[in-house]
Design a protein around this ligand. Sequence first.
Ligand SMILES: Nc1nc2c(ncn2[C@@H]2O[C@H](COP(=O)(O)OP(=O)(O)OP(=O)(O)O)[C@@H](O)[C@H]2O)c(=O)[nH]1
Length: 393
Amino acid sequence: MSYEIVHTFGFSVYLVFLLMFLWTYRVPRTNPGSGWWAASISFALLARLTLVLLIPSGDMKLIVTAYAVLNVLEKPLLLTGLCRFLGIDARERWFWIAAAAAELWLLAAWTQDASTLARSLGYSVTNAGFMFAIAWFSYQRRNDSKGWLHMTAAASAAMGVHWLVGPVVIDFQPGWFKTGFVLGTILVSLQYLSLLGAMLTLFQRRLVDAEAKALDMAFLDPLTGLNNKRYMNTLFDHALLLATRPHHMVAIFYIDLDNFKPINDTAGHHVGDEVLKAIAARIKGIVRSTDICARVGGDEFIVIGTQLESENQAFEVAKKLLAQMMQHVQVGDRQYLLGASIGISLYPLHARDLHKLIQCADSAMYQVKRNGKSGYEIYKAQPGGEPQLQAVG
Ligand SMILES: Nc1nc2c(ncn2[C@@H]2O[C@H](COP(=O)(O)OP(=O)(O)OP(=O)(O)O)[C@@H](O)[C@H]2O)c(=O)[nH]1
């Protein structure tokens, strides 16, 4: 393989990585590593460019030294990017001290006219140290990008060995230089590829999590995990699709807890929250999976019972709900006794749209409260169109 092919491959791949890291650096909420990696790959690119530009001069001392000086600067940037990416609180100034020591070594070797091996050894050992540190950190700290980070660890460890043994081998076998150069180019490409993959995987995971959270917030009540009022409207339309058979009904149960406020007042809001969660779990536990349960206010819940065939079935459900609400709720080592007032309205008997059905169930619920709480009633319109309530519980 000719040097032209290796350089063309190296330039193209490094340039693509540089552009990708610059691009991801600008995307909000991507990881802070990308900016550092854009800087580090720039130095790798620059080192390679210097190599190509200086080769016509034929001054090997100048070529190798200029290449090494730029190549060393890539490493602390690369490692800093990894630490930022993985959230490692490393003493980053040591990275720069190590890089400065390598640069000094190169300067000393230049002025002392040291042998190629002596010149290479100082910065090769430093570079190898950086590579092993990158391998260790990527192997140790695993996030969602585990697979990619394993690849970083493997490529970096190989790169570390490459830097350690390369100068010695080439000193004995100068003909192997090109093979080592090709190998180095491949390993660096794999390193950056895996870092880019790790970063994009993490970014994707964050997007998926944020989307799931946003959906939860849009559809669910954060305290109880039941549906919220907004989503209940959508679900109601689906419930109507199930009530296609002529005798099918949909029942709205408006549940308002009785005597909830004193729990908040005496035991505290956090205990009140636990009670609400327990009540929500009970409601969810006794209704059908196709039924809709929502929390619509502080201590108010709506259950939409689907695929009911008669008024009596709705009363059965209300009876079960009430029985659950009348049982003690245990929070810590204390028990609390509540109760519930439940108003019922039926689709299509009382109304056809959810808003009116809720109004009917709500007024039936208030009638239960007026009658002394802890019971259920169904809404019944008066013959003249005025609401009339029929007590059933
Ligand atoms: N712990 C807790 N309390 C809440 C929450 N939202 C509203 N509340 C409280 O719930 C209480 C509801 O008031 P009421 O319905 O009048 O209380 P009640 O004692 O059940 O009254 P009756 O329905 O007449 O029996 C209020 O004190 C609200 O501050 C919440 O998310 N958590």
